[in-house]
Design a protein around this ligand. Structure first.
Ligand SMILES: Cc1ncc(C[n+]2csc(CCOP(=O)(O)OP(=O)(O)O)c2C)c(N)n1
Ligand SMILES: [Mg+2]
Length: 355
């Protein structure tokens, strides 16, 4: 991602195009483990939702794990991450304890947002994990704001902003891209392009189907299309974009092609009306965890036994997270008035205002 003219609209990440990126074995294994943890975590979350332990919205991420792992693992601790509502796995990959993510899903005090946010609002300031945003596209301008703050404070940290493919047809996307490009802000935008916004196929609504091409409208914005089912291809693209943001203060846009196995949310678990069983099955054949597993076994980084042991370990970790969430208290009712404004609103006791 050296210059915009070299990088606009490139497509990378084809099979055989990427080696192990020169990463050491611990890092390669860490990425696999995070993806496996994300998958097992979501399986448990689905079970807890179906048995009524989790209420409200719940959007599962299964199938997209390579995007979170490929984008977030190359970041430094002082970098920022901001994302949409399909956020459990991003939070975990960023380092939020799965116990705190599960407790948040259960709406309990030990959740990373104190049980007040639920599935769509994971947040952890100590990890610069800035949410978890439910309104489609709303956090993309916030990423521009984070980038502006970093530039203003002359820090060399960067902001990674993940969002879904529905976002690219909305105003906030273009406003944020314009400002980020014009002010030369260190933001890496990644579209998790799973082809669907709820039940709508992107091809039915996008006037420019090749999403990476949209960056052409903005000077200074590099763009690239990658196979988001391939964690190493994704990481390579994001590493280039991070370098560009950190060293040159320039933004990039990566269109990561991926697929969600489950429905849009738990309200639409089968997703049977707008896509065929065959389509889902075809993408499951390209499973990001199994593909990466094979790659690491072929390269001699892990054995099949290592993989199985890792799987047992993450299943156990997820079970413990669910036990932790079950035992955590529900927030005190009076606390619903807390965290609404930074402080008291014009000196009014909000409890009085609501009486
Ligand atoms: C401004 C706004 N309009 C509509 C909705 C309802 N809504 C929730 S999710 C969604 C689709 C988003 O799809 P996409 O951005 O592709 O993300 P994905 O669910 O595929 O991860 C819509 C329309 C919303 N949350 N916010
Ligand atoms: Mg989508």
């Amino acid at each position: 991602m050296a210059t915009k003219s070299e990088t606009k609209g490139e497509t990378r990440g084809d099979e055989g195009d990427v080696d192990l990126l020169g990463l050491d074995e611990d890092e390669l294994r860490r990425m696999l483990r995070l993806m496996m943890l994300g998958r097992r975590f979501e399986e448990k979350a689905a079970e807890a939702y179906q048995t009524g332990k989790i209420g409200g919205f719940c959007h599962l991420y299964m199938g997209q794990e390579a995007v979170a792992a490929g984008c977030i693992t190359p970041l430094r601790d002082d970098d920022y991450v901001i994302t949409a509502y399909r956020d459990h796995v991003q939070a975990i990959v960023r380092g939020v304890d799965p116990k705190a993510v599960m407790a948040e899903l259960y709406g309990r005090v030990d959740g990373c947002s104190g049980g007040m946010g639920g599935s769509m609002h994971m947040f952890d300031r100590s990890l610069n994990f800035m949410g978890g945003h439910a309104i489609v596209g709303s956090h993309v301008p916030i990423a521009a704001g984070v980038g502006y703050a970093l530039r203003y404070r002359e820090e060399d940290a960067v902001c990674l902003c993940l969002f879904g493919d529905s976002v690219v047809n909305g105003g906030p996307f273009h406003e944020a891209f314009n400002m980020t490009a014009k002010f030369e802000l260190p933001v890496v935008f990644v579209c998790e392009n799973n082809s669907y916004g709820m039940g709508t196929d992107i091809h039915r609504v996008a006037a420019i189907e090749e999403l990476a091409d949209r960056a052409c409208a903005y000077e200074n914005m590099a763009s690239e299309s990658v196979n988001g089912m391939d964690v190493l291809a994704t990481r390579r693209a994001v590493q280039g974009a991070i370098h560009r943001a950190r060293e040159e203060h320039l933004p990039s846009f990566i269109d990561a092609h991926c697929y969600r196995y489950m429905g849009h949310s738990m309200a639409d678990p089968s997703a049977g009306t707008y896509r065929t069983r065959e389509e889902v099955e075809r993408h499951r054949q390209d499973d990001p965890i199994l593909t990466y597993r094979k790659r690491l076994i072929d390269a001699g980084v892990i054995s099949e036994e290592d993989y199985d042991a890792m799987d047992r370990e993450v299943i156990d970790q997820v079970e413990k997270a669910a036990e932790f969430a079950e035992q955590s208290e529900r927030p005190d009712f009076a606390s619903i008035y807390e965290h609404v404004y930074a402080g008291d609103f014009r000196g009014i006791d909000r409890r009085d205002a609501w009486r």
